[in-house]
Design a protein around this ligand. Structure first.
Ligand code: AMP
Length: 194
């Protein structure tokens, strides 16, 4: 690993479109996409110890404890240490996670390039998530109360990370409302400017 890597934190509330956009961006920029939610879901599907531990939190729309999440993320980064860089999707979600990520990347002589935030108004989030729940098969998308809890967890623990990256001049907001391909283009243009 080196300082030459591009490491993007793709940020935004649940339903902002992080997963959708990360899929396009990883292809365009040749980056490794790490979605902590996807890794947890994979572990739940395969009934691993990690999956069993994460499931209760996820089903309720609560955050999985920091240390469990940080250990898992560290392992994923280590596996891909020779890549061109990362798109972190759904991580960090707390200040403790953001600090741990800085320490982790420093060990590999690299750092976060930018936090790129998809900005979407709350009213649209609930609508998008309920809609996604019809096809995603995700239990945490199917229930309005759980969705609300996820949005609350975002505002309680995660939204503050805007300040964390802003104070390092690494925060960049992008309008997350509109057609998927138009939003992809907004993101690509921004990432190309780094
Ligand atoms: P996501 O796929 O990003 O919407 O995440 C789905 C669920 O996985 C969240 O509601 C949390 O329960 C859990 N999760 C994913 N990433 C994290 C994280 N960085 N910290 C804690 N919990 C997480």
């Amino acid at each position: 690993m080196s300082t030459q890597m591009t490491n993007i934190v793709l940020f935004g509330p649940p339903g902002a479109g992080k997963g959708t956009q990360a899929t396009f961006l990883k292809e365009s920029f040749g980056l490794v996409h790490i979605s902590t939610g996807d890794v947890f879901r994979f572990n739940i599907k395969n009934a691993t110890d990690l999956g069993k531990l994460a499931q209760t939190y996820m089903d309720a729309g609560n955050l999985v404890p920091d240390q469990v999440t940080i250990d898992m993320l560290s392992a994923e980064v280590f596996k891909n240490r020779d890549s061109k860089g990362f798109i972190f999707d759904g991580f960090p979600r707390t200040v403790a996670q953001a600090k741990a990520l800085d320490v982790l990347l420093e060990q590999f002589n690299t750092s976060i390039t930018a936090m790129v935030a998809l900005e979407v108004p709350d009213e649209l989030l609930l609508e998008r998530l309920l809609d996604r729940g019809k096809t995603s098969g995700r239990p945490d998308d199917a229930n309005a109360e759980v969705i609300q809890n996820r949005i609350t967890a975002y505002y309680t623990n995660t939204a503050i990370l805007k300040n964390y990256y802003e104070s390092q001049e690494k925060y960049f907001g992008v309008d997350g409302v509109g057609d998927i391909d138009i939003i992809t283009n907004r993101l690509k243009e921004l990432i190309n400017s780094f």
